[in-house]
Design a protein around this ligand. Structure first.
Ligand code: ZN
Length: 262
């Protein structure tokens, strides 16, 4: 990777800030009105996606700005779930929130660092556990949290030492594992669409996550089921085919490594 100069770094920050705006929210737990940074869709220039559907954009990583946290009570959630609230969940949150309120940091400024964004995810994940939300909501939050760690690894590789890099890789794996297990459970418990994804897309995502986590046999099982499903969208089928090739390759490598050990 080309060395990052101060000038380049400042330019990156300026460009990222230009992609953001303060969006208004009303907290469904304490009724506070506040603003949280969001990404302007018109400013996003696609740069493809990872095989597990993580989209990549020039200048801004939208996963950093997907969590909204109320600055008064500490309720946090992905923006898409922020307003989903029923009285029973509100009560659970109100009764339990003080336990982690003391860790809350106030975020000012025109952008978030990766560490600040990951702190926001910590609040969202704690609230998810407190209020016993749907499995898919928890899984989707962990998926985005894992993607945010991956974004940090890629954007801050020049600044992270070996130990920090190893820790971040482990963190990404932990969150993606939680996402994978959660989505598999959600598929057996919830109606589609799940987290905005139809049945075939989420099956593909689970296969891609299983592959990333080294669960190649699980990935193969899901892909075989997916590719023989009726009414599969040709785009998903193509992606599944490509992924199957990758998994097959990994299985072969694994088999050869095992043979070498014997
Ligand atoms: Zn609140």
């Amino acid at each position: 990777m080309a060395e990052l100069t101060i000038e380049k770094y400042n330019e990156m920050i300026k460009q990222e800030e230009a992609c953001l705006f303060p969006k208004s929210y009303t907290c469904p737990v304490c009724d506070e009105n506040f603003k949280s940074l969001a990404v302007r869709k018109s400013k996003m220039y696609s740069q493809g996606m990872d095989e597990d559907l993580r989209p990549k954009y020039r200048w801004v990583d939208p996963a950093k700005y997907e969590v909204v946290v109320c600055p008064v009570c500490g309720y946090g959630a992905l923006a898409r779930y922020f307003d989903e609230m029923i009285p029973a969940w509100r009560k659970l949150l109100q009764n339990n929130m003080p336990s982690f309120m003391s860790n809350r940091v106030f975020l000012g400024g025109n952008r978030l660092s990766y560490d600040e964004a990951l702190q926001q995810y910590e609040f969202a994940c704690q609230c998810n556990e407190l209020a016993a939300f749907k499995e898919s909501r928890k899984a989707y939050t962990y998926l985005k949290r894992g993607w945010t760690v991956r974004g940090k690894l890629s954007a801050e590789s020049d600044f992270l030492d070996e130990d920090e890099t190893r820790k971040a890789r482990e963190e990404e794996k932990t969150y993606l594992t939680k996402a994978y297990v959660g989505f598999m459970k959600a598929m057996s418990e919830e109606d589609f669409p799940i987290a905005g994804m139809d049945e075939h897309t989420i099956m593909y995502l689970c296969a891609a996550l299983a592959n990333r986590l080294g669960r190649y046999d699980d990935a193969m099982t899901i892909l075989s089921r997916l590719m023989t499903s009726k009414g599969i969208n040709p785009r998903v089928k193509d992606k599944a085919y490509d992924l199957k090739e990758i998994v097959r390759e990994r299985l072969k490598e694994q088999e050869e490594a095992n043979k070498a050990l014997q």
